[in-house]
Design a binder for this molecule. Structure first.
Ligand SMILES: Nc1ncnc2c1ncn2[C@@H]1O[C@H](COP(=O)(O)OP(=O)(O)OP(=O)(O)O)[C@@H](O)[C@H]1O
Ligand SMILES: [Mg+2]
Length: 262
């Protein structure tokens, strides 16, 4: 094994716009330095507009930094990569595809055989608690169920890096707890997968992650970087009431509060 980080941002700044005189430049992130070892679950929290999605987009190779470098496994990122799963807050499923065929989408694009695609999709749908709903269409499923389909679709290609942008932000509190527990279980079961999980919900960040990064208001910089030393597997329904969890959340809240309460 090597010690090369799964993900490494060095001196990364990103400026949007400024190309035309009427287009004022926006400094979205400023001088981000961050190394994430393979297999770590990292949560990023910070005020709206501080550049969290921008960081995920740079890691996904969708945009390039204005300054600095973004590396994966020691190699500079240029363009998109097949071993990244990227899930958005409102991941749009294809309405005309069943749950199973939505999960199969990425595998179809990769030319995986029909039988293999089906087997992978069925297994993942089972793991996210949707056995029996394989042939349902998104319009026939609840929002929480659709987010589970989206998780299964993101993981179907067996990505090495899981980029999650507020994946559970639109769910009600109870559904969210269930889906969080399923998700963290999937990750704990998977070997050596790196997760970068953006959320507005500090409780979610501390419950799920090994490490929580707090960003400042725009231009986004790293304000604090805290290891969450809570045991795994995480039983998040109980952990929520654990003193160690509460202390960790409280400590990080002190950092975050100054950025979001103005
Ligand atoms: N394509 C773009 N063109 C111009 N400015 C942009 C573009 N995308 C993002 N920005 C600006 O860059 C900053 C960072 O945006 P980003 O979407 O990364 O924030 P965020 O932290 O993900 O916010 P939120 O929590 O609201 O999702 C914002 O001020 C935004 O207005
Ligand atoms: Mg965002």
């Amino acid at each position: 094994m090597t010690d090369v980080p799964s993900v490494e941002l060095s001196g990364v700044s990103l400026i949007f716009g400024g190309a035309r005189p009427d287009d004022d430049p926006v400094l979205a992130t400023h001088d981000i330095n961050l190394a994430i070892p393979a297999g770590q679950f990292v949560a990023i929290v910070g005020p709206s507009g501080c550049g969290k999605t921008t960081i995920l987009n740079m890691l996904a190779g969708l945009i390039s930094p204005t300054r600095g470098t973004v590396k994966r496994h020691g190699v500079e990122v240029h363009g998109t990569s097949k071993d990244i799963g990227y899930m958005l807050a409102r991941s749009a499923l294809s309405p005309w595809r069943t749950a199973r065929r939505n999960v199969e989408l990425g595998l179809e694009i990769r030319g995986v055989s029909k039988s293999q695609r089906r087997a992978t999709a069925m297994e993942l749908l089972h793991k996210v608690g949707l056995q029996g709903f394989e042939n349902s269409y998104p319009s026939q499923l609840s929002q929480g169920m659709n987010q589970r389909v989206a998780i299964a679709r993101t993981l179907a290609i067996d990505p090495d890096l899981w980029l999650m942008d507020e994946p559970f932000g639109a769910l009600d509190a109870q559904t969210r707890l269930t889906v969080q527990a399923e998700f963290v279980g999937l990750w704990e079961e998977a070997a050596n997968k790196t997760v970068i999980f953006v959320t507005h919900d500090l409780e979610e960040a501390v419950l799920l992650a090994d490490r929580v990064i707090v960003m400042t208001a725009r231009p986004g910089r790293i304000k604090s970087d805290t290891l969450i030393d809570l045991p795994r597997p995480r039983h998040i329904d109980q952990l929520r009431f654990d003193e160690r969890f509460k202390q960790a959340e409280q400590r990080i809240w002190e950092e975050l509060r100054d950025e979001i309460v103005t």
